[in-house]
Design a protein around this ligand. Structure first.
Ligand code: BDR
Ligand code: CA
Length: 313
């Protein structure tokens, strides 16, 4: 039997972050070393609390949840209550968490874990703005070559942006942090909107989640119902895009996704394009690739995987 892959989930829950965390906790292929919260969809006080709510829902009070950066490296925090609701996890009322927040800063946990574990043993999974990642790399550059891989949700190219016409939310909130990560030299796998807007829930799938009759199934159905309203009003699409679960699904079944290994630059100055992921899809710059930029997902197999795993909780 192969050993479980060690991961740190860096997150700003967020209903889709929540489904991603549940998927990871239900999957024996992955060992979640810790969860680090960052400000994003809602302020840090809520994201760190929501991360603990999700762990308790999954029966994992033993997990360590750390609070990280409360604001982007240089900019004022932009949040997304218009998408995720006031709490960040609107859709169902869950009990206040009783498990404590772990002592110490998320950035120090990331640094200490990468120094303690064997080099190349830990994969980082950012599901929100990249502030914690970039801060860790700035504070402890020695950890950079020790990271196995970063698999992240962020950006968009053919699909455009979702917070501005050009930028996706996670990158837009902290473009300077994104630039540090994208130029770090760590192997990157990127799940942009081009992929995640294809990972749309269906009514049958949501009702299937509810029909599991479990606390996790009910929560997933209620969260995605809430989340769907925004995207349906905005795009006219039916279904909620499960952005962040794409990251975890890739770790379990990489063959679900296809893309290109290309150069991706982050726009940090653009008057209209701040936070854009400028993806050299057609390889016209001659620049060395720095990211596996995904473009497609086997939607049906993705939802089959999610159903099978959430049913285990
Ligand atoms: C990303 O932004 C957040 O709203 C979601 O949780 C996801 O990580 C999508 O743009
Ligand atoms: Ca997120």
């Amino acid at each position: 039997m192969t050993l479980a892959r060690k991961i740190i989930i860096d997150t700003d829950p967020g209903q889709d972050d929540a489904v991603a965390i549940l998927l990871a906790l239900a999957s024996p292929e992955l060992e979640v070393l810790g969860i680090t919260a960052v400000a994003g969809n809602v302020p840090l006080a809520l994201t760190q609390k929501n991360a603990r709510v999700i762990c308790e829902l999954a029966g994992r009070r033993d997990l360590k949840v750390f609070a990280g950066c409360a604001a982007p490296l240089t900019r004022k925090l932009v949040t997304a209550e218009h998408v995720h609701g006031k709490s960040g996890l609107d859709g169902i009322v869950l009990p206040e968490p009783t498990m404590p927040l772990a002592t110490g800063h998320a950035v120090d946990f990331i640094i200490e874990t990468l120094r303690r574990e064997a080099s190349g043993a830990v994969t980082l999974c950012p599901l929100g703005p990249l502030t914690n990642m970039a801060t860790a790399f700035q504070k402890a550059p020695d950890i950079i070559p020790r990271v196995a891989e970063i698999v992240l949700m962020g950006g968009g190219y053919f699909e455009g942006g979702n917070i501005t016409p050009a930028a996706e939310f996670n990158i837009y909130v902290d473009p300077e942090a994104a630039e540090i990560v994208f130029t770090s030299g760590v192997p990157l796998v990127v799940m942009p909107l081009d992929v995640t807007h294809k990972a749309l829930t269906s009514r049958d799938w949501v009702e299937g989640m509810r029909g599991l009759g479990t606390a996790a199934g009910r929560a997933v159905a209620s969260w995605t119902d809430f989340f769907e309203r925004y995207d349906t009003a905005k795009y006219g699409s039916i279904g909620a895009p499960l952005h962040d679960p794409c990251v975890i699904a890739y770790l379990i079944q990489p063959g679900l996704f296809s893309g290109r290994h290309i150069h991706v630059a982050i726009e940090v100055e653009g008057r209209h394009t701040l936070g854009m992921t400028v993806a050299d899809w057609w390889r016209v710059t001659g620049k060395d690739p720095n990211a596996m930029f995904m473009g497609d997902v086997d939607r049906d197999a993705f939802f089959t995987l999610l159903t099978e795993r959430i049913a285990r909780l």
